[in-house]
Design a protein around this ligand. Structure first.
Ligand code: NAD
Ligand code: MG
Length: 390
């Protein structure tokens, strides 16, 4: 794209952790980007504040009950206001949108992402759940439409950055780094009684509640293994995970000549966000610089898959294929929500997910309808299983 043309961005989930950091990036790079659409699920106050500051043409508030509040604040400013989940699927298709940054959380990202790809929009993908649920369908559709999906997730951005200039060279394998989360080194006895407050304290990253719990349970790394498979067209054996508690090396690629490339930096999501929006250009930014002298020791360990069962379950879902990862994701969304309400223990989360993976009917080549069905069915079954335990 011409460097002088501003890319017009739709941010789905602008009030969240990734959404607000995306707005920071856009503010610093005003010559390159403009805000066309902002959306939030229920935080009307922040959405209004953002809209008054960044002057998008359109906002969407998910919660219908908050429509009047948002409309009264923004309509006089000439900003169009819509509400409800369906509105997301329409606004991503507007002619005035170039890139859709998916920073909403969970399965809710699936349909709007499909609609955006169908309309030929470039995707900056933070919402990893979309690729976990329906990676085959999404990547097929993107290919068919000639649409690029640029990763925002820091590990996948690292791999993408390592691959620039190497797209013709086959990948031998990739190594995803994992911080290990707040419970690294803990045993199952300890984990059996941890409360949500402990799980919500991530050592290196400040993120939304769902991904923070996923990081504590290693499900986040499991979802990222599946995300990597689809983004980089890899087999499960080509994806390794190594625990690297300092979160300085964001991930690595090994090529067929044995060379390994890594991408490094301080943990700061604004860099991968900016890289995804600005690709192929690197734009000058004042993000804090990394110094090796501040980190004399970068360390690496094997992930403890005995204690943290979710990572193994994600590999299992990947190997099984079909709708299994959709089941894993839906069951995980249910148990995380329950854990955040103190309605299930930390370790029981994996038990419910595993039991759903064993009980929901397997579909070898799911259609979109099948995925929607699988998601709904799994949620009901998972809710039931949680009730039985609690
Ligand atoms: P968050 O909870 O902080 O924000 C979520 C945003 O999505 C909010 O704006 C919320 O209003 C909106 N939202 C929530 N549910 C919605 C729904 N049902 N419909 C429409 N909008 C909805 O989450 P986050 O930490 O910013 O994460 C967003 C996504 O990015 C997740 O998929 C996460 O895995 C991924 N991600 C986040 C980080 C990070 O550092 N936070 C890093 C890598 C990937
Ligand atoms: Mg990540």
């Amino acid at each position: 794209m011409d460097k002088n043309i501003k890319k017009r961005i739709a941010i789905l989930g602008s009030t969240g952790s990734i959404g607000t950091q995306t707005l920071e990036v856009i503010e610093q790079q005003k010559d390159h980007f403009s805000v066309e659409v902002l959306t939030a699920n229920s935080n009307a106050e922040l959405l209004i504040k953002q809209a008054l500051k960044y002057k998008p043409n359109v906002v969407v508030i998910g919660d219908d009950n908050k429509y009047d509040l948002v409309f009264d604040a923004l309509d006089p400013q000439g900003i169009k206001v819509y509400s409800g989940a369906n509105a997301l699927s329409s606004v991503v298709q507007m002619d005035s949108v170039d890139t859709v940054l998916t920073a909403l959380v969970g399965y809710a990202g699936l349909l709007p992402t499909i609609k955006a790809i169908e309309a030929g929009k470039t995707i900056a993908l933070a919402n990893k759940e979309t690729l976990v649920v329906a990676g085959d369908l999404i990547t097929r559709l993107a290919k068919e439409k000639g649409v690029n999906i640029f990763p925002v997730d820091s590990e996948h951005s690292a791999i993408f950055q390592c691959l620039v200039g190497e797209f013709h060279n086959p990948i031998e394998k990739i190594i995803l780094t994992a911080s290990g989360g707040p419970f690294r080194g803990k045993n199952r006895e300890f984990l059996s009684s941890v409360a949500k407050e402990q799980a919500l304290k991530h050592p290196n990253w400040e993120m939304g509640a769902k991904i923070t719990i996923d990081s504590a349970s290693l499900m986040n790394k499991g979802l990222e293994v599946i995300e990597a498979k689809w983004l980089f067209d890899l087999s499960p054996e080509q994806i390794d995970v190594v625990v690297h508690p300092q979160s300085i090396i964001h991930s690595l690629v090994q090529f067929e000549d044995s060379s390994i490339k890594a991408q490094l930096g301080l943990p700061d999501m604004r860099l991968p966000i900016q890289f995804a929006l600005g690709y192929p250009n690197r734009m000058k930014a004042d993000f804090p610089r990394f110094s090796f002298l501040d980190y004399p020791q970068l360390t690496f360990e094997k992930p403890d898959m005995e204690t943290f069962k979710n990572l193994g379950l994600a590999y299992e879902a990947l190997n099984k294929g079909g709708n299994t990862a959709c089941v894993l994701n839906a069951a995980n969304e249910v148990v995380v929500e329950k854990f955040l309400k103190d309605q299930i223990g930390f370790l029981e989360m994996s038990d419910v997910i595993e039991s759903c993976m064993n009980s929901i009917s397997f579909i070898e080549s799911p259609t979109l309808e099948d995925y929607i069905q699988t998601d709904q069915e799994t949620r009901l079954v998972a809710e039931e299983k949680v009730k039985q335990i609690f």
